[in-house]
Design a protein around this ligand. Structure first.
Ligand SMILES: Cc1cc2nc3c(=O)[nH]c(=O)nc-3n(C[C@H](O)[C@H](O)[C@H](O)COP(=O)(O)O)c2cc1C
Length: 249
């Protein structure tokens, strides 16, 4: 078969990831809210790719806490209102060139309502259908092998400490399952905002595995948490055994 592909050099490879509005607490106790989409999940952990100097990661480093508010297409306008705003008073040169402005009242500007979280100090965004309270477990450098970029980008591993879901997203007959046919993530696809279809393409073979087979110890760990103390640490790898098997479900 002839290979029809062409070889290209796109400047970005934002091939489609969900939009997350991260809320954090500023040094003066007020709330910051920022859209991002370099996010993916494993168990009750999420990895977040962020420009280290932005207000959000700085707040996460200082407090060790955040809330991941998942946007649906209904929050697309709010995401647009937050675009090119920053909670840092001194705007870095690149952001100045890209037209960023300082905005200390992001919830207000977005038209979203801050409500109290249960395990972290940062508030949740009421209108977002899924809100994940989280604490920072680790921070890793991204592109640290390139001296021009080293230190500028970070991947944060956060551990979810509470999951809040709008009841309309629950799978019928299951109090602890989100129905993928009902949850519609807002997707950033090459800087543009898209929804996803609720039509399942084919019955998934993977989905024949029961969800509870994937349940990690973090779920039970989170149950007893009332309010996480501020502060975080890079998880220790002492005693790590690569041949150890996961014992789940
Ligand atoms: C839809 C969308 C997705 C974004 N994704 C990211 C991202 O994944 N990582 C990042 O560092 N910035 C991302 N940004 C840019 C941040 O929102 C921007 O850096 C902002 O200034 C952060 O706010 P803060 O400085 O108050 O934390 C995204 C912006 C939008 C509108």
């Amino acid at each position: 078969m002839i290979d029809p592909h062409v070889t290209i050099e796109p400047s970005i490879l934002y091939l489609g990831t969900p939009v997350v509005l991260i809320s954090t607490q500023n040094e003066d106790g007020t709330a910051n809210l920022a859209p991002m989409s370099s996010a993916w999940w494993l168990g009750w952990r999420c990895m977040l790719g962020l420009q280290t100097a932005s207000q959000t990661p700085q707040n996460m480093i200082r407090t060790g806490q955040c809330v991941l508010n998942l946007a649906s297409p209904k929050q697309a306008d709010a995401v647009n209102r937050l675009a090119r705003l920053t909670g840092t008073e001194t705007i870095p040169e690149l952001k100045q060139r890209l037209g960023y402005a300082y905005e200390p009242s992001k919830f207000e500007v977005a038209g979203l309502t801050p409500i109290a979280s249960q395990t972290v100090a940062a508030p949740r965004a009421l209108e977002c259908p899924i809100q994940l309270e989280a604490v920072v477990a680790a921070q890793h450098g991204i592109m640290d092998d390139d001296p021009q970029v080293a230190g500028l980008l970070s991947a944060f591993e956060v551990r979810i400490t509470r999951v809040h879901v709008h009841p309309s997203l629950l799978m019928d007959g299951h109090e602890n399952r989100i129905d993928p046919a009902k949850w519609q993530p807002l997707i950033m696809n090459f800087q543009k905002l898209y929804g996803v279809s609720s039509t399942e393409i084919v019955p998934s073979r993977l989905a024949e595995i029961e969800e509870k087979s994937y349940r990690m110890p973090d779920v039970d760990r989170a149950r007893d948490v009332v309010l996480e103390p501020a502060g975080w640490c890079n998880a220790s790898r002492d005693g790590f055994d690569p041949n150890r098997d996961l014992r789940l479900g």
